[in-house]
Every structure is written in structure tokens, then in C-alpha cells.
Design a protein around this ligand. Structure first.
Ligand code: HEC
Ligand code: HEC
Length: 357
């Protein structure tokens, strides 16, 4: 007790003396330590978007935190084999999906059971993954890092690898006041990167916001009208999802027997329900559905028209008038596809801020 008190007292004494002269050892030590002074990054919410769900006050993005998060996103050391980064399954040119991969492809070529969804507008979602297994963006990366078929690594190992890499200590120090290479800071940095990944610059957006005299042509407008009447009850609002879990009538694939939301809630009434996906950038995010079973948008529309199967949890919207599915003519399918392509935001897919190199 007494010693501790003395040490504290001396520390106080050194500091108070030094501030008079500026010449004492204690003062110089403080002065030499680089001041923590990161540059804040503004999160601009597009005019046609809802409020953020991500609480920025708990993890305010900074240039330094973003830079660290981006490096971590493209870092193979997050996986046991050293080569599978987040960016491997979430490729920017395809709005951060795993292009042409039906289900995710992780360490040593191991296959998962689900298709990699786009990482875009994450700061507006309530829950994450096809079944909502993660309810906070900061927690999401724990799943792929520790999944045996994805990155198959432990946080202890990842943190040790980062600490041993001379690039990381200065990046962590610049991004976080305590400068620690720990789980919390790593997850916060990844979130800062993902929070900034807002995609809101498609033709549809410019048209909605009345920007630059952009308008939709006749075919696109016809598609939009169809979409509003046949699809927007689930793919709702400007995010093109109401974020609910629904069974849209896909026949169950016995290979995976994926029960969707039931795996999280434990409820039979949630069997085969999956989160309604956003359709932003849908032109780029093929293949489609939770298990990537459809290659093209035409395949998807053929399914809605005539491929649906009934089951106990099928969404009631899809059995209207006692008839299964959403009847669509070939012309209507073309119009819908033309409209869906107005949701492509190439500026986002090629935005240098998010690019690996
Ligand atoms: C092996 C491929 C793979 C790797 C590596 C991977 N992911 Fe994913 N990611 C997926 C798949 C597949 C899903 C959907 C999982 C599910 O629904 O069960 C997903 C889901 C997500 C989601 C949720 C998206 C949404 O719409 O809810 C985010 C965010 C995400 N990943 C970020 C990351 C980050 C960050 C990393 C690196 C730490 C990472 N992913 C590594 C394949 C991968
Ligand atoms: C009853 C709600 C509902 C309606 C109505 C609906 N969808 Fe969906 N849609 C979903 C759900 C749920 C999924 C994901 C299903 C899964 O993967 O198991 C989905 C998936 C999709 C996908 C795949 C997206 C991806 O990233 O994999 C596309 C494209 C799509 N829907 C387009 C449409 C279109 C176009 C319409 C109107 C013709 C429509 N949907 C009507 C609920 C709905």
C-alpha cells in the first residue's frame, strides 16, 4: 500500500515538476509518445436510405481504423492456411460475393453450405447471414474465422500472427487509443471498413434521388411497376429487403437439408425460412439463393413463375388465390430483369477505397 502510494506520489511529482520546465525526463517521455489523433471519417447516409442500424458512437470510423480494417479484410493470416482472406469469398467486382461459387469455398478447398452474400450496406441491417445467426456486425467475422470450412483459425493464433507481423503494431496504434492487438480492436476495425461500404449509386438511386436528369426507360418502368406489385412486399423499400425471414417456396435440397432460420430460433415455424436478400447489385451477385442454386436472373424468375413447391411454412403471399407462385409472362420476366439491372452500382464495385490494391 505504502509503496504504491509512494510511486503514485512520485509520478505526480515528476509530472508536475516537468510541466514547469519542460526539460525533465518525465515530460519528454510523454512528449515522445506519439499523440493518438486519428482522422474521423464521415458516414454519409444517402438521401433515399433509412437510418443506420450500426451505432457509430460505439465505434466511430476513422481513416486509420478503416485502413486497418481494409488490410485485415484482405489478410490471409486470418485463416489457418494463410491464404483465405475475407476478400477471397467477398470479391469487390461482384459486390463482395464469391463469383461463380455456388457455396462458399474455404481453407483447403472445403465447401460450406451457403452462398456468399454481398457485403454492402451492412450498416443498415439488423441481423446478418441467411438465417440471422449474427445480430451485430462486430460479431459477424467470428463465424468465418472460426468455421472449419471457411478460415478454420482461432483468435489466439490470428492475434499472434498479426503481432508478429511488423506492419500491424503501428496500424493498431494509429487506429485505437490503447493500441492493443486484441479481438475487440480487430473486430472494430473490420466493422469500420464494412460500415463505410455503402452502395447507393445505381441508375435506380440516381433516378429516385432525381440526380443528373436520369430517368428509367419504358422497359425499366414496366419492370419497376411489376416489381412493386409482385415482389416489393418482401424485397421492400430502398434496401430491397424487409429483413424478415421467409420461405419463398424453394424445393429443399437433400444434400444440405438447410432449415434456415430454424437453426437460430429453434422454432418449427421457421423451418426453411431465409432472410429476404437485398436485390441491390443483383446483376453482379450470381449465383442466387441461399445455396446458389440458380445461375441467372431468368432462372430465378422461372422459379417464381413455375418452380415453387408448397410446404407448411411457405409464405402466404405466394399462395394467393389458391395458386402457387407468381405467374409471369416471358415479356414480364424480361421487363423485371431490365429493372433489376438498374440496381447495379458499378461505382461501388470499382470504388478504389475498398479495393485490395
Ligand atoms: C469461405 C468463404 C468466406 C470467407 C473466408 C468469409 N466469408 Fe463472409 N460470408 C460467407 C458466407 C457463405 C456467408 C453467409 C453465411 C450464412 O448465411 O450462413 C457470409 C456472410 C457474411 C456477412 C453477412 C452478410 C449479410 O448480408 O448478412 C458478412 C458481413 C461477412 N460475411 C463478412 C466477412 C468477413 C469480414 C470475413 C473475414 C473475417 C468473411 N466474411 C469471410 C463466406 C465467407
Ligand atoms: C414472399 C416473399 C418474397 C416475394 C414475394 C419475392 N421474393 Fe425474392 N426472395 C425471397 C426470399 C426469402 C429469398 C431468399 C430465399 C432463399 O435463398 O432461400 C428471395 C430471393 C430472391 C432472389 C435471389 C437473390 C440472391 O441474392 O440470391 C432474387 C433475384 C429474387 N428473390 C427476386 C424476386 C423477384 C424479382 C420477385 C418478384 C417476382 C420476388 N423475388 C418475390 C422472398 C420473396
Amino acid at each position: 500500500m505504502r509503496v504504491a502510494f509512494l510511486v503514485k506520489f512520485m509520478f505526480f511529482f515528476i509530472l508536475s515538476c516537468s510541466s514547469d520546465s519542460g526539460q525533465e525526463v518525465g515530460y519528454e517521455d510523454v512528449d515522445n509518445k506519439k499523440a493518438f489523433n486519428p482522422t474521423p471519417l464521415e458516414v454519409v447516409i444517402p438521401a433515399n436510405f433509412p437510418d443506420l442500424t450500426y451505432d457509430l458512437s460505439l465505434n466511430p470510423p476513422t481513416q486509420e481504423g478503416f485502413a486497418l480494417g481494409k488490410r485485415l479484410f484482405y489478410e490471409g493470416k486470418l485463416s489457418s492456411t494463410g491464404v483465405i482472406s475475407c476478400g477471397e469469398c467477398h470479391r469487390q467486382e461482384f459486390s463482395f460475393t464469391h463469383h461463380k461459387h455456388i457455396v462458399s469455398h474455404g481453407v483447403n478447398g472445403l465447401l460450406g453450405t451457403r452462398n456468399s452474400p454481398p457485403v454492402q450496406n451492412m450498416a443498415f441491417l439488423n441481423e446478418f447471414n441467411w438465417d440471422g445467426a449474427a445480430n451485430h456486425l462486430d460479431m459477424q467475422p467470428i463465424i468465418p474465422i472460426t468455421s472449419e470450412v471457411e478460415m478454420n483459425e482461432t483468435f489466439t493464433n490470428v492475434l499472434a500472427k498479426l503481432a508478429a507481423d511488423e506492419n500491424y503494431p503501428p496500424l493498431f496504434e494509429a487506429a485505437f487509443e490503447n493500441g492493443k492487438i486484441d479481438t475487440a480492436n480487430m473486430l472494430k476495425a473490420l466493422s469500420q471498413f464494412m460500415v463505410m461500404m455503402i452502395s447507393a449509386d445505381s441508375k435506380y438511386d440516381k433516378f429516385t434521388r432525381n440526380e443528373g436528369g436520369i430517368s428509367l426507360n419504358e422497359q425499366e418502368q414496366a419492370g419497376q411497376a411489376l416489381f412493386e406489385s409482385k415482389c416489393a412486399s418482401c424485397h421492400a423499400g430502398t434496401l430491397f429487403t424487409d429483413q424478415s425471414y421467409r420461405n419463398n417456396g424453394l424445393p429443399i435440397d437433400p444434400k444440405y437439408n438447410d432449415m434456415g432460420r430454424k437453426l437460430v430460433s429453434g422454432l418449427d415455424t421457421d423451418a426453411q425460412k431465409f432472410r429476404v436478400p437485398s436485390l441491390r447489385n443483383v446483376e453482379l451477385t450470381l449465383p442466387y439463393m441461399h445455396d446458389g442454386r440458380f445461375k441467372t436472373l431468368k432462372d430465378v424468375l422461372d422459379f417464381y413463375d413455375s418452380g415453387m413447391v408448397n410446404s407448411e411454412t411457405l409464405d402466404p403471399v405466394l399462395t394467393n388465390n389458391g395458386k402457387l407462385g407468381i405467374p409471369l409472362t416471358e415479356t414480364e420476366k424480361e421487363q423485371l430483369i431490365t429493372f433489376l439491372k438498374t440496381l447495379t452500382d458499378t461505382n461501388f464495385a470499382f470504388d478504389r477505397r475498398f479495393a485490395e490494391f
